[in-house]
Design a protein around this ligand. Structure first.
Ligand code: SF4
Length: 385
């Protein structure tokens, strides 16, 4: 298959909310366990170390109607919470044996409680990430949390994971992350070779496959991308910020690019490049994961950084990406994104960086008004800066 055919093929799988890759994996692994991973970051290494399949649980992308979820969760919350619940209530995730939610916001917290009440046959975990990164107890606390999660998975799977097995999982994900970082680098240095839409599909398919399979795909496709002969266009370079949890409609990414932007950095599917350095694959693997989370992870609106400022992290992205401007594209009702927008816009104004802001939801299907806003933004950046 050509590069373009592969992208189209993966898009078909991503859009299939019946999770065909999970069904296929289960048919080949009798008694195998599948663990759903709600964004933004969850430790994929833990289920993998026990031979389980971690799978991204990223909502329904506007593909299904919300017929049942509104009777269990408020209608004025983000679409990913409602559509993920709808997937559960319509039996589309019945093959999942466990689900991970994390302490990113009140909605995710509530969703984990609702999930527990509605799907008692599944193991439902709510991961308490450390909040005070400067505390000497933070690493110890999070290591303990990882130990608890691993213990519960061991009970689910009926076997123990050795330290060596966890180390091997860390190595598998380190390698995979290095390839995801490479895709990111290609987009930052030569954005005309790989659109954000294409990169997104290549990362998103990884949330549905065993990590080894995804790594194999990336190893084959990266050389194709590197050798692509695509023409450089007169686009403006932008940072896309705010789409870290609920996934924007893929058409929205295409509209931003068609309107004249190269997206040279973003916070889409951030788990795929969560750590800035490889997780050490020696010594105590749970301690290595905990230390990496606290000391060597990327910036995101859903975690605290102690003395490190998220405003500073955004400015670093602008500088390292040589960006002309920032586009805030946040899900409707997403508090972490909308609260950070207030901080970020002040910082950008102080530094004279142009920005544009709009909100999206999964069901959005008309993009003309956003397209016009982006075109006007691109023109203003091109002609007035
Ligand atoms: S989209 Fe925002 S509000 Fe909704 S679950 Fe994610 S972080 Fe929370």
């Amino acid at each position: 298959m050509t590069f373009e055919e592969q992208i189209q093929h993966f898009r078909g799988i991503v859009d299939d909310v019946s999770f065909p890759t999970v069904k296929e994996w289960k048919s080949k692994h009798t008694g195998g366990k599948v663990v759903g991973m709600f964004p933004v970051y969850t430790p994929y290494e833990l289920p993998h170390a026990l031979g389980m399949l971690p799978v991204g649980l990223l909502g329904a992308g506007g593909i299904i109607e919300i017929d049942h979820a509104d009777s269990r969760i408020q209608s004025f919350v983000c679409s990913i919470a409602r559509s993920t619940l709808e997937l559960g209530l319509t039996d589309r995730v019945k093959d999942f044996d466990a689900v991970y939610f994390t302490s990113i916001c009140d909605v995710a917290r509530n969703l984990s409680g609702i999930w527990k009440a509605n799907f008692p046959h599944q193991l439902v975990e709510y991961i308490h990430f450390p909040q005070n990164m400067e505390s000497p107890s933070a690493v110890h606390h999070y290591r303990g949390e990882l130990q608890r999660l691993l213990g519960n998975l061991e009970q689910l799977g009926g076997k123990k994971a050795s330290a060596d097995e966890v180390v091997r999982s860390i190595e598998a994900f380190n390698h995979n992350r290095s390839l995801c970082w490479r895709l990111h680098e290609i987009r930052q240095l030569t954005p005309w070779k790989l659109s954000t839409y294409e990169a997104y599909i290549l990362l998103r398919i990884g949330t549905l496959l065993p990590v080894e399979e995804h790594t194999h795909i990336l190893e084959g496709i990266i050389p194709l991308v590197e050798s692509r002969e695509t023409k450089q266009r007169d686009h403006v370079r932008v940072i896309l910020e705010g789409s870290f949890c609920e996934q924007p409609p893929m058409e929205l990414l295409q509209v931003i690019e068609e309107a004249g932007c190269y997206i040279v950095n973003d916070d889409l599917l951030l788990h795929s490049r969560w750590f800035t350095d490889p997780v050490p694959a020696n010594g105590d693997p749970l301690l290595a994961l905990a230390e990496s989370y606290i000391q060597r992870s990327v910036s995101s609106s859903v975690r605290h950084y102690g003395l490190r400022s998220r405003k500073q992290a955004l400015m670093n992205k602008v500088r390292s990406g040589q960006a002309d401007g920032v586009i805030f594209s946040a899900p409707k009702f997403c508090e972490p994104a909308l609260l950070d927008y207030v901080l970020f816009k002040d910082e950008l104004e102080k530094n004279g960086i142009p920005y544009l802001a709009f909100e999206y939801e999964e069901k959005m299907s008309v993009f003309e008004s956003i397209r016009m806003q982006i075109e006007a933004f691109v023109e203003s950046v091109m002609f007035f800066t």
